[in-house]
Ligand binder design. Structure first.
Ligand SMILES: NC(=O)c1ccc[n+]([C@@H]2O[C@H](COP(=O)([O-])OP(=O)(O)OC[C@H]3O[C@@H](n4cnc5c(N)ncnc54)[C@H](O)[C@@H]3O)[C@@H](O)[C@H]2O)c1
Length: 346
């Protein structure tokens, strides 16, 4: 059996059923990550660090599993997956886990306490990861006693439908462990990104926040409304980004034009470093977005609920489209064409 952390050149030598995984923190993301792991076939120990999780986690995971079955992602009923799930407040149950995924609040003190509790019970060769959005992995790994076995594993909500996953090395991470995670994440239906050197915001948040900053700049300086910026974003980037990334997009549409435009445009883009008043005012007034019907847009309670439902519906729909166009779509077409030619040869 391959030891945790060993990397093979191709497929992982083990199946998910042989790799027990722990999830600590069962909020929004912990529940969808648990769902994803169960659907892939892992035995999962889900630890609830706060009592409220014990009430909310099971119904949430059950709902994800039911929806996933309705949408054709899986064929078995939720009970089938629940047989592989241990939901507990006891960290001691993580003892057999080869990988533990921390998914608690974005707070260093909380994460530090959680790491101590995990490390007190897992084997020396287990891997520990964090779903942190923004705390550098090199900082988090200073809070652990086995920093070479600590990594970032950054998921996107809803984790059981999205292809996104960043596997992030801190300064002291052993790259072989990152490669192992990269490989097994294919069991989770991910198209992972390996971040070999730690950088604040990792890859996707750096890209996205550059765009958010410019969006604030355009609205705050009266060039366009929130609605207009959103519409431009949806119908330009939103139209092609599920098929290709930025570099392939430039290849598809002609590289020299980008060379010409960026020369004049880059110097005019926003480079402000403080918090834009547009978001500051909303947060100071208690606005959370659709969660409490107050954000960049105002919502009635019903509108807010319908946005949440529509997002869920869309997640399954876009997943179907995304699966039709995987990263290696053209390689697959080439292989199919080569097969056709062989068949038609005399
Ligand atoms: N929400 C997203 O879209 C998203 C995306 C990527 C990464 N993340 C990251 O994932 C992590 C969890 O985010 P979430 O959206 O699931 O949050 P959440 O607020 O839904 O859940 C937080 C969970 O943290 C745990 N927790 C709360 N207080 C605790 C305490 N005192 N001690 C130990 N555990 C405690 C509980 O399990 C709680 O359910 C954060 O680090 C967040 O930055 C979130």
């Amino acid at each position: 059996m391959m030891e945790t952390g060993e990397s093979t050149a191709g497929q992982p030598a083990e199946t998910p059923a042989q790799i027990p995984v722990g999830v600590v923190g069962l909020g929004l993301m912990g529940c969808s990550i648990t769902t994803c792991l169960l659907m892939a076939g892992h035995p999962v120990v889900a630890v609830a660090p706060i009592p409220a999780d014990m009430q909310t986690a099971l119904p949430r995971i059950g709902e994800h599993l039911t929806k996933s079955r309705e949408q054709g992602l899986v064929t078995e009923s939720p009970d089938h997956y629940f047989n592989n799930l241990t939901l507990t407040e006891d960290y001691g149950r993580l003892g057999n886990c080869r990988l533990v995924i921390e998914c608690t609040l974005e707070n260093l003190d909380i994460k530090r306490t959680v790491y101590r509790k995990i490390e007190a019970v897992v084997a020396d060769d287990a891997l520990m990861t964090s779903n942190t959005s923004a705390i550098p992995i090199s900082i988090l790994q200073q809070e652990t006693s086995r920093p070479e076995r600590f990594l970032g594993l950054h998921w996107a909500e809803p984790s059981h439908t999205t292809r996104f996953l960043e596997v992030i090395c801190g300064d002291r991470t052993d790259l072989r462990h990152a490669e192992w995670l990269y490989e097994i994440s294919h069991f989770w239906n991910k198209e992972p990104t390996l971040v070999r050197k730690d950088i604040r915001g990792f890859i996707s948040n750096r890209l996205m926040y550059a765009m958010y900053r410019e969006a604030f700049y355009l609205v705050e300086n009266g060039y366009a409304t929130v609605e207009d910026v959103d519409r431009a974003c949806r119908n330009n980037a939103g139209y092609w980004m599920t098929l290709v990334g930025l570099f392939r997009w430039m290849d598809l549409t002609g590289v020299p034009a980008y060379h010409t435009v960026l020369t004049d445009l880059f110097p005019t883009l926003s480079n402000r470093t403080d918090v834009p008043p547009l978001i500051d005012d909303i947060v100071k007034a208690g606005g959370k977005g659709v969660l409490n019907a107050h954000g960049f847009y105002e919502y009635t309670e019903e509108e807010a609920r319908l946005w949440r439902e529509t997002f869920e519906e869309f997640s399954y729909e876009i997943r179907r489209l995304a699966l039709k166009y995987p990263a290696d779509v053209v390689k697959k077409k080439l292989a199919a064409n080569a097969g056709d030619k062989t068949e038609t040869q005399p």
